[in-house]
Design a protein around this ligand. Structure first.
Ligand code: PMP
Length: 378
């Protein structure tokens, strides 16, 4: 059987990884500043993560959500404590799209409404609900185009104020747009969204699938604005590569039996992985590390004359290049063995492990300065 050929692939096969480093099948070593779409939060194969999974496998690996699972309770407790949302409730699932799907469904259950406001360049995943809230007509199938979603420009107070009303079930927004090219919502815009949602009884969904889990230096990117969200979706960095996602749900939203459900969500291995990630984030002070190294990178990136704009917070950074430098990402990979991400048309995305070291950060700047023909400042 052949694989369904939907992914453009680099001709590189990683077979081993540790920290911020990968080795391919030919023994070449690569610096990973992309983490497979922002997934590697605490570093590849962190010993605490590996041990947590191995020891859980020795006990029990799976049973359904029809029995008590105290690992889920432990995870919820720790997540509440570290995220600053101790009173929200946790629903566990398996991916970011599924988290958003459940959040959109919840908003519709709670409000009895169908309409949703999303934002231009947004990406929320590939299930029919999540993809309908994603601003990319190429990936919306006729089947799922039926969702009642309106796309507004990001940070446009006027357009939002004119559109929000009592027919809206939810407003869904990324903490920082990732796939859309690292676009940041203004603090004042987020405050407006929170206030207006409250006024009309709509739910505010913060998609922190990519920007959450400490990546920006705070647990969630939206916490820089001081607002609180009704629903927060998480995945990616949550499991450091083990598939796991979730929705943080406002305490006023009351569950009823059968309201949501999943077979695999919250399984023992996923919980063991997710718990070990939180423990490492806390023990190794990774949020502060992300902030410190992110600030360092952004300052340095801003000093390259050929970079037209740098955006981001912590270790979620995008920088724009002129068309003449559109080959930079490939050159970084094939000449310097450094993985980075991209966003169309010409943005390079940096989404490394939050345990990145200063030396690794400098290695990248050195490679960049060779490619951009400019000495590194400090
Ligand atoms: N939301 C955001 C902000 C994302 O970046 C992504 C994935 N790129 C998703 C949702 C979907 O996550 P998943 O691929 O785990 O379904």
């Amino acid at each position: 059987m052949k694989l369904f050929d939907v992914y453009p692939l680099f001709p590189i096969e990683p077979i081993k990884a540790t920290g911020s480093w990968l080795w391919d099948s030919e023994g070449k070593k690569y610096l990973d500043l992309y983490g497979g779409h922002a997934v590697i939060s605490i570093g590849h194969n962190h010993p605490h993560f590996v041990e947590a999974l191995k020891s859980q496998l020795d006990k029990i690996s799976f049973y359904s959500n029809s029995v008590k699972n105290s690992l889920q309770e432990k995870l919820a407790e720790k997540l509440g404590q570290l995220s600053g949302y101790p009173d929200h409730q946790l629903f566990l699932c398996n991916s970011g799209a599924e988290a958003n799907e459940n959040a959109l469904k919840l908003a519709s259950f709670v409000t009895g409404r169908k309409k949703v406001i999303a934002f231009k360049k947004a990406f929320h995943g590939r299930t029919s609900g999540a993809v309908a809230a994603t601003d990319n007509p190429k990936i919306v199938a006729p089947f799922n185009a039926g969702h009642d979603i309106v796309f507004l420009p990001l940070n446009d107070d006027k357009a939002f104020t004119e559109t929000i009303n009592k027919d809206i079930a939810a407003v869904i927004i990324e903490g920082i747009q990732g796939v859309g090219g690292i676009q940041l919502p203004n603090d004042s815009f987020l405050k407006l969204l929170a206030a207006k949602c409250k006024e009309v009884g709509a739910l505010l969904i913060l998609d922190e699938v990519q920007s959450g889990y400490g990546r920006t230096g705070k647990f969630f990117a939206h916490q820089y604005s001081g607002i609180e969200a009704d629903l927060i979706t998480i995945a990616k960095g949550m499991g450091n590569g083990f598939p796991v996602g979730g929705v943080l749900i406002h305490p006023d939203i009351k569950p009823w039996s059968g309201m949501l459900g999943t077979t695999f969500g919250g399984n023992y291995l996923a919980c063991a992985a997710a718990l070990s990630v939180l423990e490492v984030i806390e023990q190794e002070d990774l949020m502060n590390n992300a902030l410190k190294l992110g600030n360092y990178w952004m300052e340095q990136l801003n000093s390259f004359a050929s970079i037209t704009e740098v955006r981001g917070k912590g270790l979620m950074i995008g920088f724009d290049l002129p068309d003449s430098l559109s080959a930079l990402r490939k050159d970084l990979l094939f000449q310097h063995h450094i993985f980075t991400g991209e966003a169309k048309p010409n943005t390079v995305r940096l989404l490394p492990s939050l345990a990145l070291t200063k030396n690794e950060a400098v290695l990248f700047l050195e490679a960049l300065s060779i490619e951009l023909k400019k000495p590194v400042l400090s």
